[in-house]
Design a protein around this ligand. Structure first.
Ligand SMILES: [Cu+2]
Length: 192
């Protein structure tokens, strides 16, 4: 949570130097709602954003992944379709329990926004599927191959890692300047 607020702070700082029109995106609503319970079946996942995500090739940049909340096992590839200001996908889910939705969105200012939330699945209708998990077919009916994808959970962590790296880089620059300044002063004192 603290990582997220630091990311947001830096993002705002970076945006401050560019034009206000190129602001990073914000998530406004999710279906399923965080903490809610939904019935088994093809579950339509729908994330609403403040503005339309950056139009990138299918399976790149804008991603939704479904994982089991207890083990973190990702079910199917990570993908999302852009529909106006929404990212959507469908996941066939039959096993009751808690699931995690991991998402990653590319904003039109180039900044990546990411997050996750959980929901619970019940199966009162004896729904079964021979193709569990996220359904990732592009407009040509081509299926995304999970074996060729990085797991989204890893990507979300990498995104945070990049921003954390920026914070450390800034800290080192400030510390380095301070140490450098002290050394110059010490050398001047030594010459006296
Ligand atoms: Cu931004």
């Amino acid at each position: 949570m603290r990582k997220l607020s630091i990311s947001a702070f830096i993002c705002l700082g970076l945006v401050g130097f560019s034009t206000p029109a190129l602001a990073h995106n914000q998530i406004e609503d999710t279906y399923p709602a965080a903490g809610s319970t939904v019935e088994a079946g093809p579950v339509h996942i729908d994330l609403t954003f403040e503005e339309a995500p950056l139009d990138l090739p299918f399976g790149q940049g804008n991603l939704i992944a479904i994982a089991k909340a207890d083990t973190g096992e990702q079910l199917g590839p990570a993908c999302a379709r852009i529909q106006d200001n929404h990212l959507i996908t469908t996941a066939n889910l039959s096993a009751p329990g808690e699931y995690k939705v991991l998402w990653r969105e590319a904003s039109d200012d180039g900044h990546v926004v990411s997050g996750e939330f959980n929901f619970t699945l019940t199966n009162n209708i004896n729904y079964t599927t021979n193709k569990p998990g996220n359904q990732c077919f592009d407009e040509n009916g081509q299926e995304l191959d999970i074996s060729k994808q990085e797991l989204l959970s890893k990507k979300v962590q990498q995104g945070d890692g990049f921003v954390t790296g920026l914070v450390w880089a800034a800290v080192f620059v400030v510390l380095g300047s301070l140490i450098g300044a002290l050394n110059i002063r010490r050398q001047k004192d030594a010459r006296r």
